[in-house]
Structure formats: structure tokens, C-alpha cells
Design a protein around this ligand. Structure first.
Ligand SMILES: O=P(O)(O)OC[C@H]1O[C@H](OP(=O)(O)OP(=O)(O)O)[C@H](O)[C@@H]1O
Ligand SMILES: O=c1cc[nH]c(=O)[nH]1
Ligand SMILES: [Mg+2]
Length: 241
């Protein structure tokens, strides 16, 4: 695995172009592009994402694939997490032990982010959890907020926002505003699929954010759905609103 910046976006496009053409490809890279955007590019992640994309996957299958993919995204998101050392006594001797120095606050964006938070909590049991809830207006595509349950101060705390879909970016930008109001300066958005339009919106927003994702898809359609995407991630987990 290696990381890279701008110049290898083309390689990424070529890679997925090859996939669409049905050519056998090797997954070996995790890529950093533009705004700090980490594309987790791994065969197992690709298999789980394919299950989520597949319109034939039922709710249980979709939720299971989302949980497993969340595990991989959180694992990569935590790669540079600061740790503290301590002495741990093994049955034989003393070893160097490690604990997380400052576990992130997890913030699932309801509804769809609910399908990620259990797995993220299993990965980082030390983490606290806050919640925000919003639903896009189907005509305007603007988020309509209905829930906000966050700690009063987030100064000095890393925040992981969990939402499978980054489409126009409106929902995440609203979430970032809530976090920034509380002093957050270190935000990671963990999204299964991103639209280039949404990434651009985040990049130009000026919020201190990085993105960890399994895929940057082609575009948005006229209904502001991601193409090819996976449909409505909330509906596919829980049924129509
Ligand atoms: O980037 P955006 O254009 O804002 O779109 C992305 C949002 O849309 C989906 O939620 P939705 O509004 O469908 O609510 P749901 O999770 O309850 O289905 C998704 O989970 C994101 O929160
Ligand atoms: O494609 C999309 C866009 C927004 N929200 C979803 O759940 N899916
Ligand atoms: Mg939805």
C-alpha cells in the first residue's frame, strides 16, 4: 500500500476505467488527492462496496456490508491516531503497550450514518458518540435538520463524522457548522461513496476536514443522487421514510 497526491488521480481514473471494462486489476493503493482525501482501495473493501451497490441486496445484506466496510474505513482513518505508551505485563515479561491518546468523538448523521456507528464504536470503544439528524428536501436537495445532540465544547477534540453518502455536500456542511460552532478544528468525514461535486463543496468551504472514503463516483444526477452510487442509503437500510 502507498499513498499519493494529485498526480495519481489519473491513475485512479484509469484504474476504475479498467474495472468498468471488465479488465482484471490489482488493488494495491490507498490514495490521497486534493483536499486530504483518502480513498481506501482494497479488494475486500471493493467487494463489500459492490454488495452495497447491487440493487438486489436486501436490507440485511446491505447493512452487513456497510458495517464491514465501515470497519475498514475507520481502520484507515485511525492510522495516524496519536498513542501513549505504557508498560504491559505479559505472562512472561514486560512489553510496550499502547493506548489511544485522544479517541475521536463519533458523530453519525441520521438516518444513514446509524448503520456505521456500531461498528465504529466496536473499533474504538473509548470513543464517545454525538448525533445529528437531517433529511434532504427532495425538491431543493437542501438538508432539513431535526436532531442535534453534541457535547458543548469540541475544542481540541478530533471528530469522526459518519455518513455513507456525500452527494451535494449540504448535509455534511451543516454538520460541520454545528461542530465548528463548538470549537472543533479537526474533522474527518467517513463516507462510503462521494460525488466529486460534494468533495468540491467541502474543499471550498474552508472547514478543517479530511475525507476517508471507499469510492469517488462519477457525478450527481438531476435528483442529486450519486451516479452510479448505491441509491438511498437510508432507505436501503431502514425502508422508505
Ligand atoms: O450531500 P447531500 O446532498 O446533503 O446528500 C447526502 C445525504 O443524503 C442522505 O441522507 P438523507 O437526506 O437521504 O436522509 P436519510 O439518511 O434519513 O435517508 C445521506 O445519508 C446524506 O446525509
Ligand atoms: O445518492 C445519494 C445521494 C444522497 N443520499 C443518498 O442516500 N444517496
Ligand atoms: Mg435518505
Amino acid at each position: 500500500m502507498h499513498t499519493c497526491r494529485y498526480k495519481e488521480v489519473d491513475a485512479f481514473t484509469v484504474l476504475f476505467g479498467s474495472m468498468r471494462a471488465g479488465i482484471f486489476v490489482t488493488f494495491s493503493t490507498t490514495m490521497l488527492i486534493g483536499m486530504e482525501t483518502l480513498v481506501v482501495d482494497h479488494p475486500i473493501a471493493a467487494v463489500r462496496l459492490s454488495t452495497m451497490r447491487d440493487a438486489r441486496s436486501d436490507r440485511a445484506t446491505f447493512r452487513s456490508a456497510l458495517r464491514e466496510l465501515t470497519q475498514m474505513l475507520v481502520y484507515e482513518a485511525m492510522r495516524s491516531a496519536p498513542v501513549e505508551k505504557f508498560a504491559v505485563e505479559t505472562p512472561v515479561s514486560t512489553a510496550t503497550g499502547y493506548r489511544l491518546a485522544s479517541p475521536p468523538l463519533l458523530v453519525p448523521v441520521l438516518r444513514a450514518g446509524l448503520g456505521m456507528v456500531d461498528q465504529a464504536s466496536i473499533m474504538i470503544p473509548e470513543a464517545q458518540t454525538g448525533f445529528v439528524g437531517m433529511a434532504r428536501d427532495e425538491d431543493t436537495h437542501q438538508p432539513v435538520p431535526y436532531l442535534e445532540a453534541l457535547p458543548a465544547s469540541l475544542a481540541g477534540r478530533q471528530v469522526f463524522v459518519l455518513d455513507p453518502m456525500l452527494a451535494t455536500g449540504g448535509s455534511l456542511l451543516h454538520t460541520f457548522a454545528l461542530l465548528a460552532d463548538r470549537g472543533a478544528t479537526d474533522i474527518t468525514a467517513i463516507c462510503v461513496v462521494c460525488a466529486p461535486e460534494g468533495l468540491k463543496a467541502l474543499e471550498t468551504s474552508g472547514y478543517p476536514v479530511r475525507v476517508v472514503t471507499a469510492s469517488i463516483d462519477e457525478r450527481l444526477n438531476d435528483d442529486a443522487f450519486i451516479v452510479p452510487g448505491l441509491g438511498d442509503a437510508g432507505d436501503r437500510q431502514f425502508g422508505p421514510r
